[in-house]
Design a protein around this ligand. Structure first.
Ligand code: NOJ
Length: 520
């Protein structure tokens, strides 16, 4: 631990000598490469991780199995490199190193998640695993000692297998189970954790896992399970919010919200009305479906989404809509249940209208949306195929959220980042963070959007779901061949630390090897 601390600090100091001048960007950047705009002092800068992607120790100290454990053990070829999360970055044993890394970055906030089956091995609250409780209490204590505020996600996709066996989020009873779990967690950790996010990325979770077979549980209940999952997750979130609000907030005095996700959608041809409508439909089907019930004044699903899925269901011969219906009481229960708008954003697509594309199933969310999405060949793709770099997308999505839901609650970027194929000299990641954060400054200063926090994804290279360990998102490199899972800071870690220190983007801080990273 000590030696890691020294390594991290020495490497960071050594790399300060790498500061030279690069070309580029815009008139809002001064001659010395510094952005003219800055982030306010109280802006929450952090990094984010998730339990299943880093902890390992899948069966240690009484932990129950999550659906990802069980599924990957049964289907070892599911991930592209045939790996699983059994060891991951071994943060169950190395969390103290992780905290030293956080300190070396200078972050004041750390978004992490609790593994539900580590606390409740069978999913339900009749039995609590004390070793799991001790583990998280120690992390929170160490974080607070290091003056880092924990921001804690209750559910980042690692559902206890015992509950998946009951149908996972397609089962209405999950709403009760999630509330029970939330009660346990608030009671056990609410003295130390003051910012909660109930759930991570409802769209990705339900679409990849329940509509498609891209993520566990690989249910392929296309066009049906995907909306049951969305519906009961929204209700579960709302129940946890009210539980906290009534029973815990008065004493614990914290905040609680939700983390959604979206790729921004640009019309493929902005002069073509159908493309413009397709882009809006994409945003409504991917984000509005989850955000409107919670953040709009009137609540409930957006009219566009409701009508579209109702009509499709009718013409397809279904006796009722495949999108479940909230009762008026449920609309009220879900409305307004978030103290902030947590949004994960990575990339943008070009949208055009289409009634059928190769690969779409009928029914399915894609078919219901009727939007063909593609990437602009001009956008760089440094790692995974889906992540094309288009920095203005962040400014645009923050504006879209503001225009649709107002400024009652602040926006927090709960994840943003890029993957590459590895290495310490991660110029693409440096460039990505500089440019995306710069667009965020523009959204805040020029457009008046209320953005109060930003979390980089992610602290270190980790288990990237179906991509296994093949793509790297970390600010710190992890040597997965090393028995100690050795961590080393990348150039992007140094750059992020400098942004946090100065509250500005310094485009000259890391010397870029060529102009190719400055072409946006
Ligand atoms: C969002 C998810 O929350 C996170 O778990 C994942 O690793 C990143 N996207 C990158 O794909």
């Amino acid at each position: 631990m000590q030696s890691l601390s020294r390594v991290a600090h020495v490497a960071i100091l050594a790399c300060f000598s790498l500061m030279f001048i690069t070309k580029g960007v815009s008139t809002l950047v001064s001659k010395n490469g510094l952005s003219n705009y800055s982030f306010p002092d109280k802006f929450m800068f952090g990094v984010a991780t998730a339990a299943f992607q880093i902890e390992g120790a899948w069966n240690e100290d009484g932990k129950g199995e999550s659906m990802w454990d069980t599924y990957l053990h049964k289907h070892p070829n599911f991930t592209v490199d045939h790996t699983n999360g059994d060891l991951a970055t071994d943060s169950y044993h190395k969390y103290k190193q992780d905290i030293i890394m956080l300190q070396s970055l200078g972050v004041k906030y750390y978004r992490m998640s609790i593994s539900w089956p580590r606390i409740l091995p069978n999913g339900t609250d009749h039995y609590i695993n004390k070793a799991g409780v001790r583990y998280y209490r120690k992390i929170f204590q160490e974080l607070i000692k290091a003056k880092i505020t924990p921001v804690v996600t209750l559910f980042h996709w690692d559902l206890p297998t015992a509950l998946m066996d009951l149908g996972g989020w397609t089962n209405p009873k999950m709403v009760d189970y999630f509330e029970d779990y939330a009660r346990v967690v608030f009671s056990l950790f609410g003295d130390m954790v003051k910012t909660w996010t109930t759930m991570n990325e409802l769209h990705v979770h339900c679409y990849n896992g329940y509509d498609l077979n891209a993520f566990v549980p690989a249910m392929q209940s296309h066009g049906i399970g995907v909306y049951l999952c969305s519906h009961y997750m929204l209700l579960g979130h709302a129940r946890a919010y009210h539980l906290y609000d009534k029973e815990f907030r008065p004493k614990q005095k914290g905040k609680i919200g939700l983390t959604l996700d979206v790729f921004y959608a640009e019309p493929k041809d902005s002069n073509n009305k159908e493309d413009v409508e397709a882009a809006e439909r994409y945003l409504q089907m991917h984000l509005g479906l989850y955000a409107h019930p919670v953040y709009s004044k009137e609540g409930d699903y957006p009219a566009l989404v409701r009508e579209r899925i109702d009509n499709m269901s009718r013409t397809q011969g279904y006796p009722r809509s495949r999108l479940p219906v909230f009762t008026p009481e449920e609309v009220e229960m879900v409305r307004g249940t978030s103290d902030f708008f947590g949004i994960n954003h990575y990339t943008t697509v070009l949208a055009s209208a289409s009634s059928m594309e190769p690969g779409w199933l009928v029914p399915s969310l894609d078919h219901d949306a009727g939007v063909k999405s593609e990437q602009d060949p001009k956008w760089p793709i440094p790692g995974a195929f889906w992540l094309a770099v288009y920095p203005p997308g962040l400014r645009k999505i923050v504006n879209w959220i503001t225009n649709n839901y107002g400024t009652r609650v602040p926006i927090i970027i709960t994840e943003n980042g890029v993957c590459d194929s590895g290495g310490l000299n991660d110029y693409e990641r440096v460039s990505y963070y500089n440019k995306y954060l710069y667009q965020l400054l523009l959204a805040m200063h020029e457009d008046g959007c209320r953005v109060e926090g930003y979390f980089a994804w992610t602290l270190m290279d980790d288990f990237e779901w179906s991509d296994g360990y093949t793509v790297k998102f970390g600010l710190f490199h992890v040597d997965f061949n090393h028995p100690e899972r050795k961590r080393t800071p990348k150039l992007s870690a140094l750059n992020y630390r400098e942004i946090l220190r100065t509250r500005r983007i310094n485009f000259n801080y890391i010397k870029m090897p060529s102009y190719k990273y400055n072409n946006l």
